[in-house]
Write a protein that binds this ligand. Structure first.
Ligand code: ATP
Ligand code: MG
Length: 284
């Protein structure tokens, strides 16, 4: 469904992605795992057209899309949920959803029916339709970010750290919704720092280090890989500490600073890792 061949991209003269190859099959969830700065967000931005390639190609459903604008790519139903959610805070839930539908006003499924499906997945959004997006809880904001993307009727959904800053129970709800969407046939590329969370949902994973893919395997094999466990499990905790220490971080990504604050609140006095591990067996 999606093929990357030798893609290189970066910012100005600085190259961040150093030649990536990957094939994503229809119906699968593939996760990209990597530390801070590995280039995960840059990769998603390169696929959604936000960052332009300096070399290589991206083919989506037998069509080269790497020269297309973001708008043209969304119209082909490849939709990204950006890191930090980027909702329109002063607008209501209803208005944010309407904006999501803008690229597919005359889509395959009528807008009212798309909304019904979204409310079945995230009933809390229906209860808060007239609330300003900026006043939603972190979990509700993530649900809205996913819902807004769904309004564009994606065939391939790109998710950049949907678990960021959220309590384990909310993460479980959101990942259950993602699993349900995948079972309806939606293909996904999921970026996460915490390999355990991502691999529990994905079929396949790719490990990215400094702009290169260094390992690709089934999610099960990667979950059991001792090196992956040692380096990438529990990243949420360690990265939070690192981000706290990084000056000016909030200016680069205000959405994420918000998210981190939420994370701190919920993780106070409670172990994210154990709670998540306890949840694992339930097949959420
Ligand atoms: N807008 C930008 N301008 C210049 N450099 C950037 C920009 N955005 C990202 N970079 C740089 O590109 C590299 C990869 O960043 P990217 O955000 O893709 O990493 P990431 O894997 O998503 O990290 P994180 O886990 O912290 O989100 C980093 O060195 C970063 O400083
Ligand atoms: Mg990122």
């Amino acid at each position: 469904m999606l093929e990357l061949a030798g893609i290189r991209a970066g910012y100005g003269r600085i190259e961040v992605l150093h030649g990536l190859d990957l094939a994503v099959r229809e119906g699968e969830i593939i996760t990209i795992i990597g530390a801070n700065g590995a280039g995960k967000s840059t990769l998603l931005k390169a696929l959604s057209g936000v960052v332009k390639l300096s070399a290589g190609s991206v083919t989506f459903r037998d069509e080269r899309i790497d020269k297309f604008s973001v708008e043209q790519i969304v119209q082909r139903r490849l939709v990204q949920i950006p890191e930090g959610r980027q909702l329109f805070g002063p607008l209501t839930v209803r208005e944010n959803l309407a904006l999501g539908a803008y690229s597919r006003r005359r889509g395959a499924v009528p807008v009212a029916q798309r909304l019904r499906r979204i409310f079945a997945l995230f009933p809390r959004l229906e209860e808060r339709l007239d609330q300003q997006a900026g006043t939603l809880s972190g979990g509700e904001q993530q649900m809205l970010a996913i819902a807004r993307a769904l309004m564009a009727e994606p065939l391939l959904l790109l998710l950049d750290e949907p678990s960021m800053g959220l309590a384990p129970l909310v993460v479980r709800d959101i990942f259950a919704a993602l699993r349900a969407l995948n079972q309806e046939g939606l293909t996904m590329i999921l970026v996460e720092q915490d390999a355990r969370i991502a691999l529990s949902l994905a079929h396949r994973g790719v490990v990215m280090e400094r702009g290169r893919f260094v390992l690709e395997d089934s999610a099960r094999a990667l979950l059991e890989n001792p090196e992956v466990q040692a380096i990438y499990f529990g990243q949420r905790e360690s990265n939070l500490a690192r981000r706290e220490a990084k000056p000016g971080y909030g200016e680069l990504s205000p959405g994420r600073r918000e998210a981190d604050r939420g994370h701190q609140e919920v993780s106070h006095g409670l172990s994210l890792e154990t709670t998540w591990a306890d949840d694992q067996g339930e097949g959420a």
